[in-house]
Write a protein that binds this ligand. Structure first.
Ligand SMILES: [Zn+2]
Ligand SMILES: [Zn+2]
Length: 344
């Protein structure tokens, strides 16, 4: 079968590999679609040894059940599925509570991370990683497993603060941000403020439910403050889907006293958190800063429910498998709007 693999650190290429065989408890999935994620760029850019090579990338997978390994029941060939990408140890304190995204044993274990992923015609996954998606299109189901699940989990963490009539700011309207806006619109009655440096991204935010859009620039904090009021008031929840110095400065510059900062984007920026009564403070009193990671299987089930109800739709740009490297180049250049989805 054809697979797009990281054959050496930083090298992504299409190669021919044997179609894998599912072992006991595993399922061979015929890949229908796989999302191209910024995390894949981090994997490609990681120093030698950080990730195994060669490895088939792709951790945002949907497709159809093909072949069942020994002992697998409850699935039938042709059934449409989404793949939960994390494989926790199953026995640590996090996993036992269903929080495999907090696994304390295998922090980066997963499909397309520590074992072969979905940028191929087929992928083998543990049967426990499958969730049914019904008649949802696979190009829609795939982005739900990460681009949908990650902001959903972040929003779940902040759920108690998302009171009707409060304000939530989403910074970065890319693959995750445009899903965050829709999840807020579908599950809360907050005022949604979207921020991006790109006009097309702001148009997308408006189309999917943002009440206000603010172009990123030197006066972003002031523009958002006009909407949420002066400190110590502000936005109750800020979701930064970018995570560079400039967006982190915006995030802490607009959050309310007692608010929630959710740092979802892994942009490598730094934010000072210093307990001191300066004006302006590094972060306001009573504010919590969280670095969410992906989500849980239970949350993915809920994200799929939003998708099936027509309340969460990924804005996708599709590419055939042999153009996957090009899709990643466009992602790196910031030229993908919504989510790039590879269709093998
Ligand atoms: Zn990802
Ligand atoms: Zn664990």
């Amino acid at each position: 079968m054809r697979a797009v693999r990281m054959t050496a650190p930083g090298v992504l290429e299409q190669v021919e590999v044997p179609t894998p065989t599912p072992g006991p408890g595993e399922v061979l999935v015929r890949v229908g679609a796989v999302g191209a994620c910024h995390s894949d760029l981090h994997i490609l850019d990681a120093p030698p040894g950080a990730f195994p090579t060669p490895i088939t990338l792709g951790h945002e997978i949907a497709g159809t059940v093909d072949t069942l390994g020994d002992g697998v029941t409850g699935w039938s060939a042709g059934e449409r599925v989404a793949v939960y990408g994390i494989i926790g140890c199953g026995t640590c304190r996090g996993c036992l509570r269903g929080l495999e995204n907090q696994c304390r044993t295998v922090p980066l274990g997963g499909i397309g991370l520590s074992r072969d992923g979905g940028l191929a015609e087929h992928v083998v996954v543990p049967a426990s990683r499958l969730l049914p998606v019904g008649d949802l299109a696979v190009t829609q189901a795939a982005p739900l497993t990460d681009a949908g699940l990650t902001p959903y989990h972040a929003i779940e963490l902040a759920r108690p603060a998302l009171r009707p009539g409060t304000s939530a700011v989403v910074i970065g309207i890319g693959g995750l941000g445009h899903m965050a806006v829709q999840i807020l619109a579908a599950t809360t009655a907050v005022r949604i403020i979207a921020v991006d440096s790109n006009v097309a991204a702001l148009d997308l935010a408006t189309r999917v439910g943002a009440h206000h859009v603010v172009p990123a620039g030197p006066d972003t904090v002031d523009r958002i403050r006009e909407l949420v009021g002066p400190a110590p008031d502000g936005a109750d929840v800020v979701i930064d889907c970018v995570g560079v110095d400039a967006t982190l400065a915006t995030a802490r510059g607009v959050v309310a006293t007692g608010g929630r900062l959710l740092l979802v984007g892994l942009g490598g920026g730094t934010m000072p958190v210093r307990p001191v009564a300066d004006a302006p403070p590094t972060v306001p009193f009573e504010t919590s800063v969280t670095v969410p990671f992906w989500g849980t299987r239970a949350e993915l089930q809920e994200v799929i429910a939003l998708g099936r109800a027509g309340l969460l739709t990924a804005d996708v740009q599709t590419f055939p498998l042999d153009r996957a490297p090009e899709a990643y180049d466009l992602l790196r250049a910031g030229e993908i709007h919504g989510r790039a989805v590879i269709v093998p």
